[in-house]
Design a protein around this ligand. Structure first.
Ligand SMILES: O=P(O)(O)OC[C@H]1O[C@](O)(CO)[C@@H](O)[C@@H]1O
Length: 499
């Protein structure tokens, strides 16, 4: 038995050890060195690297949560009031006023940094995904202290709830007017493309096989860029832009494209071509970003991929409801194709321009009828989960994507979701940044076409990022720079779910 009073129980006098062969003492075991977190410690509130959160004044998260989101919500209220003033039926007006009241409550919660409450059951398929995530990871969290990506997505889901629990207005889209307007104001770029691509694609007469291959490669490079820079027009960022600013962003001329290739800071275009040029009648998926002009550019690109024989099936993935202002919904998809064929959007256009738009629109509608183009809207795309969680939270979607030969993710928000939107080193290789979507058995090849509009940057040399941080402090949000990044995936290994 131990005797605490016995002299031998007294602490020993200090013993000095003379140890010359131990490894040197190191520093940096504090919080900042806990990253990247090991996979088992990653969850939506604890990304692999430190998250951007709304209270981080140094980040775009702060500006967005504090200023941009309230402005966007204010405009959504104005839009709804405009609709209210166009109504005549009492029941519908009372019902719409209920939606407006709920938007005011949301504005109050946003501006007072309220806790994130569960989403009300409105019968949508995503409710269990949202409320399970909120309960598991965000029980005491607020708009400002949860990771920016989650808080921002939550705000758009709450906005949807303002309408989805109403009787008459459950599918109302507060951003629809804006989305239509920007496309109608994009006439120059719209016709530039329709007049070039309305006629089916063909090679120069007498071209040799080598010349045909070269022509295809060059066209692929330019059209990939058209598709990439089509993303530069994002309505949520255009609050203060003039029409000329918009036209500059949308310029699709060859010279402009050559100059802008310099601005692709992480550039896997050659690798992408290598993958695509080996496809014959393959399947390509687009995880869409913005409606209107960007969607139109995506379709021009997809049209060529079909005509060139590279793909025989294209799947377009959109959102089930209004999302991050300008994201594509089924209504936006139908609106674009039908307005091109039957609409009268461009009053000053020549007959020739209108005819070119109709011709190209007819072809796209025909692709849809024949099942060459398929529009889809899985509920997972409108959750707060990042794409690291697809195989766990939406195994059906992962399985579906794993059958694709290439999944192209468009835009900034998809890039944030691919990379977990955290403070990664800028030279982190893309396939490491996207985690399971690159490393899981059966993962498809994944490309990100993104103009850089928020803080997270991967796949870019550290020296480049450091120089820009010094010389152009706004480079991470300006949309002037871009990345085209590819992960090869593991399609050769069969998918294993439910491990
Ligand atoms: O339309 P994109 O390219 O996804 O960009 C959306 C913008 O809005 C954000 O979600 C910020 O609110 C960022 O991802 C980006 O700045």
């Amino acid at each position: 038995m131990a005797h605490r009073d016995h002299p031998s129980a007294k602490p020993a006098p200090r013993t000095l050890l003379n140890l010359g062969n131990l490894p040197p003492k190191r520093q940096g075991f504090g919080a900042t060195n806990n990253f990247p977190r090991t996979a088992s410690r990653v969850d939506p509130n604890n990304p692999p690297w430190p998250a951007y959160r709304g209270y981080h004044e140094f980040s775009f998260a702060h500006e967005t949560m504090g200023k941009r989101l309230p402005t966007i919500l204010g405009k959504a209220i104005d839009d709804t009031i405009k609709t209210l003033n166009e109504q005549s039926e009492e029941e519908m007006m009372v019902d719409l006023n209920g939606c407006i009241d709920r938007m005011h409550v949301l504005m109050h919660d946003l501006q007072n940094n309220a806790k994130l409450r569960p989403i009300k059951d409105d019968g949508e398929g995503d409710i269990p995904l949202w409320n399970r995530e909120l309960a598991k990871f965000f029980r005491e969290s607020t708009f400002l202290n949860s990771p920016w990506l989650f808080a921002e997505a939550y705000k758009y889901r709450r906005l949807h709830e303002c309408f989805s629990i109403s009787k008459y207005w459950s599918t109302y889209d507060v951003f629809f007017r804006q989305k239509c307007d920007t496309f109608s104001r994009s006439n120059t770029a719209v016709f530039e493309l329709s007049q070039r691509f309305a006629e089916p694609f063909h090679y120069e007469a007498n071209a040799s096989e080598d010349e045909k291959l070269k022509a295809r490669e060059l066209l692929f490079h330019e059209l990939t860029q058209v598709c990439l820079w089509g993303n530069a027009t994002d309505l949520s960022l255009l609050i203060n832009m003039t029409e000329d600013d918009i036209k500059n962003l949308q310029s699709t001329g060859g010279e402009h494209l050559a100059a802008t290739e310099k601005n692709i800071l992480g550039n896997h275009l050659d690798r992408l071509w290598k993958l695509v040029s080996n496809m014959k009648g393959g399947r390509i998926d687009f995880v869409l970003d913005n409606a209107g002009f960007e969607l139109y550019c995506d379709c021009v690109y997809a049209d060529w991929l079909v005509q060139s024989g590279i793909a025989s099936e294209i799947h377009f993935h959109g959102k089930r409801f209004a999302w991050f202002v300008s994201d594509v919904t089924r209504k936006d998809w139908n609106w674009l194709l039908n307005s091109m064929v039957h609409g009268s959007l461009f009053s000053g256009a020549t007959d020739d321009q209108i005819a070119s738009l109709r011709q190209i629109g007819h072809r796209w509608k025909q692709y849809e009828k024949e099942g060459k183009w398929v529009y889809e809207q899985h509920p997972f795309w409108c959750t707060g989960y990042t794409f690291w969680s697809i195989s766990n939270e939406a195994p059906d979607l992962f399985l579906h994507l794993s059958e694709s030969d290439l999944v192209i993710f468009k835009g900034d928000l998809n890039h944030r979701k691919l990379t977990y939107d955290c403070q990664t080193p800028s030279d982190l290789p893309f396939n490491m940044a996207i985690g399971p979507l690159a490393s899981e058995d059966g993962a498809p090849p994944v490309a990100s076409l993104r103009t850089i509009k928020s803080d997270v940057v991967v796949g870019v040399d550290n020296e480049v990022a450091e120089r820009l941080d010094k010389e152009e402090p706004g480079w991470r949000i300006s949309g002037k720079y871009a990345v085209v990044l590819l992960s090869d995936g593991r399609k050769d290994v069969p998918v294993k779910l439910g491990k």
